[in-house]
Design a protein around this ligand. Structure first.
Ligand code: BGC
Length: 251
């Protein structure tokens, strides 16, 4: 009897790091160690492709022949990347899905990074079984967002690019803004409060899920944020992108 595929590989391409792992698709958990390589300087397509290739090599023989999902920090429509906030502008209007498929010699499923994380949390994490509107935000190099309504993803929301003082709000409130501006956790928390209050006013979600690398230290900044809607941290933390991308690749 044909065996349904119960595992897949996810690659999460970020502005600072690229990560990959083998995922159990019934549980939404990592079956391998997470492998990570710094995103190459400038994040030009050829260098990013080479690094994706290296990540697959690091995962080794266990990853061969498995479905592959790749998530990426830009608007993704019909396999094309349409924006470039923290990566090379070469990606704007680029046939990225085909580029990765040709370069890696295998089919991929290609999606925005925050949408992948949102999907992972809706299927296997903090938003599982939640009705209404969940907004997941990833706080990292930029700010990514995913809208999930009654379990269904509404792709390509870009809340990190709401305009604040003439710039994308991610310049002011992403995790990198805290480091770049040498802010205390409290100062950064107050900036996040402004961001979440504005988002809540616009969309009235039922649940906020906070993801990205910083979600492993919620006690440092969550006390400064108050929203009407419940706010929780992502269960899969920094692995949500890998898990979501892999789960989309399920065949
Ligand atoms: C990009 C988004 C991405 C987010 C997190 C933003 O700058 O525009 O597409 O999801 O960063 O990586």
């Amino acid at each position: 009897m044909a065996k349904t595929v119960d595992r897949a590989v996810g690659i999460d391409i970020g502005g600072t790091g690229m990560k990959a792992g083998i995922v159990d698709l019934s549980e939404g958990t990592m079956l391998s160690d997470r492998v990570r390589i710094d995103t190459p300087e400038g994040a030009h397509p050829a260098d990013v492709l080479r690094t994706a290739h290296d990540l697959l090599e690091l995962l080794g023989a266990d990853a061969e022949g498995l479905p592959l999902g790749v998530c990426f920090p830009a608007i993704v429509k019909g396999g094309r990347t349409l924006s470039a906030a923290n990566i090379s502008h070469d990606w704007i209007g680029f046939e990225a899905e085909k580029f990765f498929e040709d370069g890696l010699g295998r089919q991929i499923h290609f999606v925005n990074d925050a949408d992948a994380a949102g999907l992972a949390e809706a299927r296997f994490g903090a938003a599982k079984g939640r009705d209404g509107l969940t907004i997941l935000t990833t706080l990292g190099t930029g700010i990514g967002s995913a809208f999930i309504y009654d379990g269904v993803l509404i792709p390509n929301t870009e809340l990190g690019h709401l305009i604040w003082e003439g710039e994308s709000i991610e310049r002011f409130a992403a995790a990198t803004a805290r480091e770049r501006n040498d802010l205390s956790w409290e100062e950064w928390g107050h900036r996040l409060q402004k961001f979440y209050a504005h988002v809540e006013f616009l969309f009235s979600p039922d649940l906020f899920v906070v993801g990205g690398g910083v979600s492993k230290n919620p006690e440092k900044f969550m006390p400064y944020i108050t929203t009407r809607a419940e706010m929780v941290t992502a269960v899969h933390r920094n692995n949500a992108g890998i898990i979501g991308a892999a789960s989309l690749a399920q065949v």
